[in-house]
Design a binder for this molecule. Structure first.
Ligand code: ADP
Ligand code: MG
Length: 701
């Protein structure tokens, strides 16, 4: 077919009928030839290197062996059922073991035939073996694709394999595709960039990523394609940022007024940390540019984000605007309100609280005062975004613990004024820098990376189940000193019933160990009606109960400075960022606080790493980096909905340098050519026109 190109539907590729096209679409979202070519190998086998069985050892990441399959047998029953093969070369024999797809393998593997196998050697009972090796019939006559020395490996699925689309099958398709479109492939980056960064040209990179002749060529292709991918993501993000600044006029706060100064000079009970000062300065600068501010403040739990928010709101009020602050739960909103009121005193400004349980009468007053402009600051929950809530002149919006709110909710606040208010989004979930640059690349980011002076770092200790009596003893000690204790149980959706049983069993045990009337226990979990939950929470906040047994509902923001012990049950089942959030519930007062991680004796490697990381450090950013390395970007909170992370080849945990290079390159380009109207940037302008993206607040979540 003469006019085959990257956008040709996949069914028109030679060797792909309607059926194969169908599975390719369903299983791999491959719709066009271009999609296929962007389905890159995830690994390569070095075909030049063969090992003899005698040379294998368990430290090898992978090894290729030529030998003969001499026997194949099923072993074990039910759960331990497996398929065991004996594989032999002139130096020895080893076992090959499969635990899955047994019947399929039994049918397709040929006993007696020569195979080239690839897998990770491991040591079992003193013998070398491989589990789930890749098996390829050895065929000395077969001409290897372009004399490949590096063999691409594509991930495949059972379904794909049924249509002969195993790694070999996919490789054949890639070859056909490249043969049909190679001559029409065109460079996607401006020539000056290709030259400056010494990048492999696009057509060559596409060929080499699928069929590299050697490692050098492969590395060149990888670098080129990763750079390109990250470059275009940054191009879109920074273009969006540029458009937003142009599109949305913002209120100009051009003075620091009386309320701000009075508060700062006479009410603020502590000196601000340098980090707090820096962020306030950044906000002051942003709100005085005439453009609308969209700023994300990241600060570890306890870093003092609230006071930064308050001072920013005062700035707005001083300039004649109203401000509001939205928190994800009623408890949090109430705490913020009480805390801020206490800090402010009664005379600086008019501040009120609006939540689901605000009385109708109070609500009427609030609505009235909002509309006539006598209410300066409103704190609340989702209730703030109801259409009935109308401001006279809203100029500044704070959103606390942003990951709990959806896009739509933020957009509603945004629309509460003809000129959108400045937005300050605060999060206590630190995000690694690389991720932030990609996820929030079109927002401004401030970081509060310093805790107020004099905080005692929380001591974190790992205990196993058989040390529980010690833990109880420690709890009694702390309670005797007048402190309070949290005990948190995991509650993970799939096993909710089981988890609830655990929690109830744990509670019974506790009630025996800590009997009434000396001890009082609160219990809070997600299945309780909101009212009961709030009631129990309040009892603990007021100090009426000494022990709070809870599921993760207490994770966000709750402030009980008198609580000094956080016990996390089955700690190995929590994610790192969750553990860190939970630990942040203590260490809020002057006393030494403790976090006790309880776990069983048997831990997975990852579970152990998580617990060890928690014991080692209190630094949220360090924890976030480990989290990213363990789980990959797709699982970090808040990233799931974001399309920017559907990367085909770049990897945020490994490609930090390329990311920085790509971002800086884009920044430079926009500096020199803000409208991309120079001829040399035409390709970039075309790209943006084809990949039109909307307003950026949809990325704030
Ligand atoms: P978070 O960043 O987790 O929201 P908060 O704003 O709730 O933290 O602050 C935690 C505690 O630290 C509050 O009791 C607050 O009053 C106090 N705090 C904030 N800034 C300072 C500071 N600069 N010096 C001392 N204490 C501070
Ligand atoms: Mg907070």
């Amino acid at each position: 077919m003469a006019d085959i190109s990257l956008i040709t539907p996949i069914e028109y590729l030679k060797g792909v009928g309607p059926q194969k096209a169908d599975v390719l679409k369903k299983e791999l979202q491959i719709f066009t030839i271009g999609d296929l070519l962007q389905y890159y190998p995830f690994r390569y086998i070095d075909r030049t290197k063969f090992y003899k069985i005698r040379q294998l050892h368990p430290d090898l990441v992978g090894a290729q062996v030529l030998g003969r399959l001499v026997q194949l047998q099923e072993a074990g029953e039910k759960k331990s059922k497996r398929l065991v093969g004996l594989f032999r070369d002139e130096t020895g024999t080893m076992e090959l073991v499969w635990f899955q797809s047994i019947s399929w393998l039994k049918k397709s593997l040929k006993v007696g035939a020569a195979y080239i196998i690839y897998g990770k050697p491991s040591l079992f009972n003193g013998q070398i073996s491989m589990s789930h090796p890749e098996m390829e019939l050895f065929n000395p006559q077969e001409k290897k694709l372009g004399n490949l020395t590096m063999q691409p490996v594509y991930s495949s699925t059972e379904k794909l394999k049924k249509f002969n689309l195993d790694t070999k099958g996919i490789q054949r398709l890639q070859q056909t595709a490249l043969e049909s479109v190679y001559s029409s492939l065109q460079e996607t980056l401006p020539a000056y960039l290709v030259e400056k960064y010494n990048l492999m040209p696009y057509p060559k990179a596409m060929l080499s990523i699928h069929f590299p002749q050697n490692t050098e060529e492969l590395n060149g292709a990888l670098k080129r394609l990763k750079f390109e991918e990250l470059f275009f993501i940054q191009l879109k993000l920074l273009r969006n940022k540029q458009l937003n600044t142009q599109k949305f006029k913002g209120h100009r706060f051009d003075k620091v007024g009386e309320k701000f100064n009075t508060f700062y000079q006479t009410r603020l009970p502590f000196p601000l940390t340098n980090a707090q000062k820096r962020v306030i300065k950044e906000i002051r600068h942003d709100t005085n540019t005439g453009a609308q501010m969209n700023r994300l403040v990241q600060g570890d739990v306890g870093s003092g984000k609230t006071v930064v928010a308050l001072m920013s709101m005062l700035l707005a009020v001083d300039n004649g605007y109203q401000a509001c602050m939205m928190a994800p739960t009623e408890i949090l909103a109430t705490q913020h309100y009480n805390g801020l009121k206490e800090l402010l005193g009664n005379d600086i400004c008019n501040i009120k609280l609006l939540t689901g349980s605000t009385s109708a009468k109070e609500r009427r007053i609030i609505h009235q005062e909002l509309e006539d402009g006598t209410l300066d600051i409103l704190i609340g929950t989702h209730a703030l975004i109801e259409d009935k809530v109308k401001f006279k002149n809203i100029g500044f919006v704070v959103i606390d613990e942003q990951h709990r709110f959806g896009v739509e909710q933020r957009a509603k606040l945004w629309r509460k004024n003809s000129i959108p208010p400045h937005m300050l989004v605060m999060t206590a979930t630190p995000i690694p820098r690389t991720l932030a640059m990609t996820l929030y690349g079109d927002l401004d980011i401030s970081v509060i990376d310093e805790l107020p002076a004099g905080r005692k770092p929380i001591k974190t200790i790992h205990f196993s189940e058989n040390q529980r009596l010690r833990v109880f003893g420690f709890m009694r000690q702390e309670i005797a000193k007048g402190r309070q204790v949290y005990i948190v149980y995991p509650l993970i959706k799939e096993s909710e019933k089981m988890d609830l049983l655990y929690l109830e069993a744990g509670l019974e045990n506790l009630q025996r160990e800590f009997p009434l009337p000396q001890y009082k226990i609160s219990i809070v979990h997600g299945k309780m009606p909101v009212k009961d939950k709030d009631f129990e929470m309040q009892r603990f906040v007021k100090g009426e109960t000494q022990i709070m047994v809870a599921t993760t509902v207490i994770e966000v923001g709750v402030n009980v400075p008198n609580a000094t012990v956080m016990i996390i049950e089955n700690a190995e089942r929590f994610g790192l960022s969750q553990l860190h959030q939970l630990r942040g519930r203590v260490g809020r007062g002057a006393e030494q606080s403790y976090c006790i991680l309880m776990s069983g004796d048997k831990l997975s490697k990852e579970g152990r790493t998580r617990i060890e990381t928690m014991v080692r450090t209190n630094d949220g950013f360090e924890i976030a980096e480990v989290d990213l390395a363990l789980r990959g970007p797709g699982d970090i909170s808040g990233t799931q909905q974001s399309g920017v992370l559907n990367m085909k080849i770049a990897d945020l945990t490994q490609d930090q340098n390329i990311l920085h290079e790509a971002r800086n390159t884009v920044i430079d380009i926009f500096k020199k050519d803000p409208t991309l109207s120079l001829p040399e940037n035409r390709l970039l302008l075309n790209y943006l026109n084809q990949h039109n993206s909307g307003i950026s607040w949809d990325k704030i979540s």
